[in-house]
Design a protein around this ligand. Structure first.
Ligand SMILES: NC(=O)c1ccc[n+]([C@@H]2O[C@H](COP(=O)([O-])OP(=O)(O)OC[C@H]3O[C@@H](n4cnc5c(N)ncnc54)[C@H](OP(=O)(O)O)[C@@H]3O)[C@@H](O)[C@H]2O)c1
Length: 434
């Protein structure tokens, strides 16, 4: 880990989204030097599922050696940013550093992204970053070593990073374009840089996106806190850079990256927008054995299922004949379903498969007893997943992680996203029973 040098003692940092995750980790690292931190985030009351509030973060910052100013700020609201900036200047005498960290994410295709979600991403990511920078800049220009740091990626224009989640990419690239423009506009006065992780970082956001077990493939927020500290303690002549955490820390002499891993030695999930393309990311994970090994099948009695034409198909007797890989996979899943499992999941998954043995299939983990089969599910599906038959088999035999399939565009999802994200958990639980 990068040692603290005390260079940020007495500096004032305005950090959006410092109530948890990466923003809070950057705040705590600076607090160790004795910095003043303005925590600009929305959560004032404890949230049902998300950890931390601006007040709990403030306590941690003070305990680490810093001074904290918790401010309720939704970066979509210009007035709230203005008020917090004024309060910060009144309390600490100025602002030296702005970290634009707050972000919203929806990894959905153009037609699947509801307008309100597209608006949220544009508002928080691009407009929020632009406005917070605009409002802080008059104060930053008065500081001896002013910095703006945006948590945004290098501008990689490979279409693979646009085709599956165009709105999200535009919104994050908007943050990066602020770096491009403002670094030149304020050269000599304020350093403006971007920071992006090489691998996934374990936070509430990642937990929501990646589902159960994803943490092993992630690094801790400490790596970004160290990289941010390193940038923010550089002279303001260090500007206009799109920094990748690991690359910068290597240059700084860090050799042991295991200290940043949640599960040292476990293959890591490469982050979006870097050199590795989605398919390569998936392939690498598979090569490194990050996926679950397919366990031996358990024989079980099978109920009847409805075929694509509505005819009832008996999978047990059908299994006497060699089944196609898709039908065989559903047969095995059927045998692994328990009442307890149905109670725990309460969801109906419909699969639209293309290629050999394609068509509509389902796994009903909502109706008493649970069932799988060919054709439409007995009750309306909560989630519809479209993919090739080959990828479906890979996914259910542990050779392709649902998160990876989704990120690489092999899996398209519509319906209840939260339930879809639990598919990884479904697979882990099913595999343990297979
Ligand atoms: N985790 C990763 O693997 C990863 C990878 C690449 C890049 N990043 C980047 O790192 C940054 C932080 O991500 P994270 O994983 O730490 O996310 P996180 O755990 O979801 O934290 C997001 C923070 O943003 C705040 N926030 C959200 N909407 C806001 C709004 N409208 N106004 C003010 N604050 C708002 C949240 O606070 P409130 O809810 O209290 O408002 C929270 O403190 C993001 O820019 C993200 O793109 C993360």
């Amino acid at each position: 880990m990068l040692p603290n040098t005390g260079k940020l003692a007495g500096c004032t940092l305005f950090i959006t989204g410092a109530s948890r995750g990466i923003g809070k980790a950057i705040a705590l690292k600076a607090a160790k030097d004795g910095a003043n931190i303005v925590i600009a985030a929305k959560t004032a009351e404890p949230h049902r599922t998300l950890p931390g509030t601006i007040y709990t973060a403030a306590k941690e910052i003070e305990a680490a050696g810093g001074k904290a100013l918790p401010c309720i700020v939704n970066v979509r609201e210009e007035e709230q940013i203005i008020n917090a900036v004024e309060k910060a200047v009144k309390t600490f005498g100025g602002i030296d550093i702005l970290v634009n960290n707050a972000s919203a994410i929806s990894l959905s295709g153009t037609l699947e992204t509801e307008t309100k979600k597209a608006n949220l991403m544009m508002d928080v990511n691009v407009r929020g970053t632009y406005l917070t920078s605009k409002i802080c800049l008059p104060h930053l220009r008065k500081s001896k070593n002013a910095h703006i740091l945006n948590l945004s990626p290098p501008l990689n224009l490979n279409p693979v990073w646009f085709k599956n989640h165009c709105a999200y990419t535009i919104s994050k690239y908007g943050m990066s374009m602020c770096v491009l423009g403002m670094a030149e506009e304020f050269r000599g006065e304020v350093a403006v840089n971007a920071l992006w992780p090489k691998t996934a970082i374990y936070t509430a956001a990642m937990n929501m996106l990646g589902g159960s077990g994803v943490e092993k493939q992630c690094r801790k927020t400490d790596i970004l806190a160290d990289a941010a500290y390193c940038i923010l303690t550089k002279p303001k002549s260090f500007t206009g850079n799109f920094v990748i955490d690991e690359a910068l820390l290597r240059e700084e002499g860090i050799k042991d990256f295991d200290v940043y891993a949640i599960a040292p030695g476990h293959p890591l999930l490469p982050d979006f927008f870097l050199d590795a393309e989605p398919d390569v990311i998936t392939m690498k994970l598979e090569q490194h054995g990050a996926s679950q090994a397919f366990k031996e099948e358990k024989k079980s009695s099978q109920p009847k299922h409805e075929g694509p034409d509505g005819a009832k198909v008996d999978l047990e007797s059908a299994s006497a004949k060699p089944l196609s890989p898709v039908a065989e996979t559903f047969r095995v899943i059927q045998g692994a379903i328990s009442e307890e499992f149905v109670k725990a999941i309460q969801g109906v998954f419909q699969f639209e498969l293309s290629g050999d043995d394609g068509g509509t299939w389902y796994i009903d983990l909502k109706t008493k007893g649970g069932s799988t089969g060919c054709g439409k599910p007995p009750v309306k599906a909560d989630v519809v997943m479209s993919m090739s038959s080959a990828d479906f088999v890979k996914m259910f035999t542990g050779k392709l992680k649902p998160t990876m399939a989704f990120m690489s565009g092999k899996l398209k999802i519509s319906g209840n996203m939260a339930l879809a994200m639990r598919l990884e958990k479904v697979l882990v639980q099913l595999n343990s029973k297979l």
